[in-house]
Design a protein around this ligand. Structure first.
Ligand code: EPZ
Length: 418
């Protein structure tokens, strides 16, 4: 898929529109299975993960069409039950098709889901929720078979507010008879977006965005039309690029509410951040300063997906920051690339001690996962001289137009095929 060549060391500026959210679009595409007929999803980003979701939908019997940023999913009366191994192994969100299939048909089969390597990523909470709703789940190590004659609403208390398990439970619960109450549910903005789409289908769901989601299942569903929210991590990425380079600019199509912890962190590092209803404006100082200790956590905590981006920006600044990752076991794989650019980041277990060195230098680095790749791109824009960022396949999973958007902000960045 090629690599990026970046000539960094100059402030970015201007305005760029933030595309639709991957982590909303994927559960919404899975949810489109719940209602027979043609659902229309606007602002659906053109990403390889979204293409993988379309591949799954087609394998299950749906007709899927894209026109610009609108994706139409026509779900047939009779759906298949088996999620194909290819896309299942390429992304974690494929597990959401199990909940939707169970909710609609009472049967779902798949191999184990893949996704970014961020440490252990079990799916026990997903499968536990299916079982609680009355499904039998057979897991023979690499193949999952979930079946239910009928699902029944239940109260489910999650030991951890997992985003995916909450989504999967919502999807299955819509097809269950009676009321399901999800306690200690994930509160991320993507849950609110999924609830919005489920309501557009006619489902009765309330409470998303709080720790208690109530689903009154078994309602008749019809296809729906919905617009996916702006991607808060893409917004955080462009904000990090402006901040790391001492730039000033605007991110259009977002009010910053979904990524306010990143806005706050960048403000503490010295940026002026102005949140308006349709845009976020950011003006960075020539060098960011270190901020007090900060740790990632489930929403409304600092998002783990923005952790690599904040590290990259602060590494190019001055002063010290302790940043602790509490959500995933291994999410510092990108630090080796930052160090190749001269960054001073020491790792102690799940904590990074970032000592801003003021100026990074260009290097040849490789993305090992999606947000790590975005972080290396941010650092390369701040670094003096030329950098090469390889491993673009990871980046294409979550960014529809990273080099184009960063070029629009004045970055000297070009894609090389091969
Ligand atoms: C979602 O992943 C996102 N992916 C991730 O985005 C994001 O990093 C993550 O939420 C946290 O915000 C999608 O929405 C498609 P979790 P998910 O279940 O659902 C443990 C990106 O860069 N856990 O909230 O997989 C798990 O191991 C990405 O776009 C269990 O133990 O996240 C992890 O430590 C990558 N058992 C923690 O919970 C389970 O059954 C958080 O995972 C499920 C999760």
């Amino acid at each position: 898929m090629g690599h990026l060549i970046i000539e960094g060391g100059r402030p970015l500026g201007g305005a760029v529109r933030v595309h639709g959210a991957k982590n909303s679009a994927l559960p919404i595409l899975a949810a489109a299975l719940l209602a027979q007929g043609e659902s229309v999803i606007h602002n659906c980003p053109d990403l390889t993960d979204v293409a993988a979701a379309a591949e799954i939908l087609r394998a299950l019997g749906c007709r899927v069409r894209r026109s610009g940023t609108t994706v139409t999913v026509d779900a047939p009366a009779e759906l298949g039950h088996t999620v194909p191994d290819g896309p299942m192994g390429r992304m974690r969100a494929s597990v959401l098709f199990l909940g939707a299939l169970l909710g609609r048909t009472g049967r779902a089969e798949a191999s184990w889901p893949g996704g970014c390597a961020l440490g252990a990523r079990p799916i026990d909470l997903h499968l536990g929720a299916f079982r609680a709703l009355g499904a039998q789940v057979r897991d023979d190590g690499d193949r999952l078979v979930c079946t239910a004659d009928a699902l029944h609403g239940r109260r489910i208390v999650f030991p951890f507010p997992s985003v995916g398990a909450t989504e999967d439970a919502m999807l299955a619960a819509v097809g269950a008879q009676g009321v399901t109450i999800l306690e200690n549910a994930a509160r991320e903005p993507e849950l609110v977006d999924l609830q919005g789409f489920l309501r557009a289908l006619g489902a009765e769901v309330a409470g998303a965005g709080t720790a208690r989601i109530v689903v009154c299942g078994g309602r008749p569903l019809r296809p729906g039309t919905y617009t996916v929210m702006a991607d808060r991590i893409v917004a955080a990425t462009y904000a990090a690029a402006l901040a790391a380079t001492g730039g000033a600019g605007a991110l259009l199509g977002t009010d910053g509410a979904g990524w306010s912890p990143m806005c706050d962190a960048l403000a503490r590092a010295g940026c002026a951040v102005r949140r308006l209803p349709d845009r976020v404006e950011l003006t960075a100082p020539p060098r960011l300063r270190g901020i007090g200790p900060i740790e990632t956590g489930p929403w409304p905590g600092f998002p783990t997906d923005a952790q690599p981006l904040l590290t990259a920006a602060l590494a190019a600044g001055e002063g010290e920051t302790l940043l602790t990752e509490t959500v995933f076991d291994r999410r510092f794989g990108y630090v080796a690339g930052l160090r190749a650019m001269g960054a001073d980041v020491a790792l102690d277990g799940r904590t990074a001690r970032i000592h801003g060195v003021g100026v990074l230098h260009g290097a040849d680095v490789t993305a090992g996962d999606l947000r790590g790749g975005a972080a290396l791109t941010v650092a390369a824009l701040a670094a003096g001289g030329e950098s090469t960022v390889r491993g673009l396949a990871h980046i294409a999973r979550g960014y529809a137009s990273l080099p184009e958007d960063l070029s629009a902000l004045g970055g000297r960045i070009r894609r090389h095929e091969g």
